[in-house]
Design a protein around this ligand. Structure first.
Ligand code: SF4
Length: 335
């Protein structure tokens, strides 16, 4: 795609949680065997995020969406696969080589209190990234920049001498957003940016993020489990289940006619005061990412599963303009 800003290809991120050598030893049939335990958090995920769009990644807790976000940002090294930014490969760069991308790619975290240093004033917290990425910037220009981003996120610049604990949760998230904006990024990964906030201020923070996108031409990768939020802010939506993508579609299409059985079940669970839609119940429990099921990872919970689903991993394939799903049932016309 010509205007692809960030693309990932066959990205894999696993975590070895085996512990020490002795923790890995087990007795089986009278013999000592060594077993390693791996959490398969992200498995073979590919997509391209276009410049200027809001690309949302949704799924239940533990589906791997936050790990995916952190891997994209270089906070976790991937097991395999590629990450490209403006067509330059960035997953194999050294920290020094990554520096020019660090200011272009910023992250907003779920808990604004944990992501801010309690011993730093707002001014110090906002000055730090500005000075880090612009070593020769004059002091007056730094202070002006801090005042400017504070004003942009709706905080009075007169409060720059205050500490994080002197602010409400919503104001602290505004400070986190200001810290991300202070280095003039192009791409922001927002990992559950409103989940820790009161419902009454969630809309304010979302509006602030959307206004900043309009003013600065930002591209967002938005990570959330809250589908009612996704519908209003997203350009496209990727649905994740057990570390794999099951559906990727323009937001309007996804909410109008979800195609993957898991997406249908997720959407049917959104509380709706208007038209009453039947709630689709899923079979069983989510399997552990330590022991991924063979074939389609969703087969144990899907009423459409057949022998092929239990044996063969479905690929993400285009089914309509802009819509891709990974489902044998859809391909075979069984849904
Ligand atoms: Fe269900 Fe089979 Fe489609 Fe998986 S591939 S979602 S098990 S129909």
């Amino acid at each position: 795609m010509t205007n692809g800003l960030l693309s990932i290809k066959n990205l894999v991120k696993h975590f070895d949680i085996s512990g020490g050598f002795l923790d890995q030893l087990f007795i089986e049939k009278g013999k000592v065997v060594r077993k390693q335990t791996t959490v398969k958090a992200v498995n073979n995920v590919s997509f391209t995020i276009l410049a200027g769009e809001t690309f949302s990644v949704v799924g239940e807790s533990g589906c791997g969406k936050s790990t995916l976000a952190r891997t994209v940002m270089g906070l976790y090294p991937p097991q395999s696969g590629e990450i490209r930014y403006r067509d330059e490969r960035i997953d194999d760069l050294t920290p020094q080589q990554m520096l020019p991308y660090r200011s272009k790619m910023q992250m907003i975290f779920q808990d604004p209190y944990a992501s801010l240093n309690p011993r730093m004033t707002v001014r110090q917290a906002l000055e730090e990234p500005v000075v880090f990425h612009n070593r020769n910037i004059p002091r007056t220009a730094v202070k002006e920049k801090v005042a400017q981003v504070m004003a942009q996120v709706g905080l009075d610049p007169a409060w720059m001498g205050r500490y994080p604990h002197e602010f409400s949760g919503g104001q602290r998230q505004r400070i986190s957003i200001a810290r991300a904006l202070a280095v003039d990024p192009e791409f922001i990964v927002a990992d559950e940016p409103i989940s820790a906030l009161d419902v009454s201020i969630q809309a304010q923070i979302l509006n602030l993020m959307m206004d900043a996108q309009d003013e600065r031409g930002l591209t967002y990768m938005f990570i959330t489990h809250d589908l009612s939020v996704v519908e209003h802010v997203s350009t496209r939506v990727a649905v994740m289940y057990l570390g794999t993508l099951c559906e990727l579609a323009p937001a309007a299409e996804l909410f109008e006619s979800p195609r993957h059985p898991y997406t249908r079940a997720l959407l049917s669970a959104i509380p709706n005061l208007g038209e009453k839609k039947p709630h689709i119940k899923l079979l069983g429990e989510i399997p552990t990412p330590i022991h991924l099921p063979p074939g389609c990872v969703f087969h144990g919970r899907c009423i459409h599963a057949n022998d092929r689903c239990r044996a063969e991993i479905p690929e993400l394939k285009p089914v309509a303009s802009g819509t891709h799903i990974a489902c044998h049932g859809a391909e075979e016309g069984r849904l």
